[in-house]
Design a protein around this ligand. Structure first.
Ligand code: ATP
Ligand code: MG
Length: 416
């Protein structure tokens, strides 16, 4: 196929036959977040590269290997956002939202870009629904954020997702943990992959996130972060769990979750499915108390999560999760001849003013072909306008679901 009629590897089209499903799911997520006090934020698709190298962290796979980075015509290094948190935090700092009542709760639906190896559940352009709760260190906020994720999945009827939580401590207790990890992996150095050898010097916790089976086997017996966290971090984690228990949200503590981005502190969590293959993490998030300062802003303990839309839709499809039917059009006006087509246009215009969904022939088709088209559209009602209808001023509204047909005045339509 010619290059211009083929989408770039790792990108996907969402076609009209499916788009209503995404719209339904996305609207549901925004609505539920609104009920939790979140308001939508929109930030640019591209940002200064440094926002991500400083924010996401230059020891992460995302920054080291996956970013779409280029120089613009003014010679500035620009990056297409690989995730939504850094941009939301930048906007929070830039616009002084820290002066508003805290926490500031924001939600977003965005496209994200990562140069990854395309496979099921892993794209180069994908979409996230994300939330950020900016300006609170309290563990109640962590549990409430997780509850929001839980509510979304339960509203949508998604089943079998396991919530896994962990605490990766604060920079203070992480020092001890890093030292222990370093010692452990140093003694298994010969079996680590090249990337992990590099991680060993820069950020040994990253090794726990390696997808290679060899590194995974070594990581399995590595020191566990929960054995190293300080009393305050441990108490924080206990309160998060207490809140989750009180809200009846089932979870398991998985001490191997570290998350792929550098900014995380304390609580981290994932909603994981076993039904969509290797890329099973549908939603991931956690606390990032140091990010604002890392970006040169005022200290703002915060937390958030991001949910992969494509993975969620894959899971819902795999589970046959019921979705509402696509909305049907109210009326199709078939017309016989040019004069009737003008009348159809006139009636459609006034009905549309009233908020009624109408289509009529804009393709110059025969009445038979128009009715076939209307059938395919799945409209609720049809009328046919020809010379005799124009003359008598009466039309028959046919209920396409087999209900009763009713006669109506043509005038009635026009005045309505
Ligand atoms: P993974 O471990 O699967 O690479 P990640 O830790 O890189 O995920 P995050 O950066 O936390 O993922 O992004 C949040 C969510 O966005 C993921 O849980 C997933 O649902 C989705 N996601 C991440 N990368 C991709 C991608 N390349 N294609 C499709 N969805 C993705
Ligand atoms: Mg990743």
């Amino acid at each position: 196929m010619a290059l211009v009629t083929k989408a770039i590897k790792g990108t996907q089209d969402l076609l009209p036959a499916d788009s209503y499903k995404n719209r339904y799911v996305e609207q549901a997520m925004l609505d539920i977040a609104t009920k939790f006090g979140y308001k939508e934020i929109r930030t640019p698709v591209f940002e200064h590269t440094e926002l991500f190298s400083r924010g996401v962290g230059d020891t992460t796979d995302v920054v080291q290997k996956e970013m779409y980075t280029f120089d613009d015509k003014g010679g500035r290094s620009i990056t297409l956002r690989p995730e939504g948190t850094a941009g939301a935090m930048r906007a929070f700092l830039e616009h002084g939202l820290f002066n508003e009542p805290l926490p500031q709760k924001v939600s977003y639906l965005t496209s994200c870009y990562r140069y990854e190896k395309p496979q099921a559940g892993r794209l180069r352009e994908f979409h996230q629904f994300g939330v950020e709760c900016l300006g609170t260190a309290a563990p109640a906020a962590d549990a409430e954020l997780i509850a929001l994720g839980h509510s979304i999945f339960s509203f949508l009827g998604v089943e079998g997702l396991q919530l896994e939580i962990n605490s990766i401590g604060c920079p203070e207790c992480r020092k001890k943990y890093h030292a222990a990890l370093h010692e452990y992996f140093e003694s298994h150095k010969s079996a680590l992959c090249g990337t992990c050898l590099d991680r060993l010097g820069r950020n040994p916790m990253r090794i726990l996130d390696c997808k290679s089976p060899e590194c995974g086997a070594i990581a399995k017996d590595a020191p566990k972060v929960l054995d190293y966290i300080c009393d305050e971090c441990a108490a924080h984690f206990e309160t998060v769990k207490k809140h989750l228990d009180a809200m009846n949200i089932p979870y398991v503590v998985n001490p191997t979750i570290v998350r792929g981005l550098d900014y995380y502190t304390r609580t981290v969590f994932e909603f994981v499915s076993t039904q969509i293959g290797a890329q099973g993490t549908v939603c991931g998030g956690g606390r990032y108390d140091g990010l604002a300062e890392q970006l040169g802003g005022t200290k703002t303990p915060s937390l958030g999560f991001a949910l992969g839309i494509e993975r969620l839709m894959m899971l819902m499809q795999a589970q046959n999760t019921p979705l509402p039917e696509e909305e049907r059009l109210d009326l199709y006006i078939a017309s016989m001849g040019d004069e009737a087509n003008v009348v159809a246009a006139k009636i459609a215009a006034s009905l549309r003013e009233e908020g009624i969904g109408v289509q009529y022939d804009v393709a110059g088709r025969s009445v038979k072909a128009q009715m076939k088209f209307a059938n395919k559209l799945g409209v609720r009602n049809t009328i046919v306008i020809g010379d005799s209808e124009i003359e008598s001023g009466k039309v028959t509204v046919k209920d396409m679901d087999g209900g009763e047909s009713v006669e109506m005045e043509l005038d009635g339509f026009e005045d309505s």
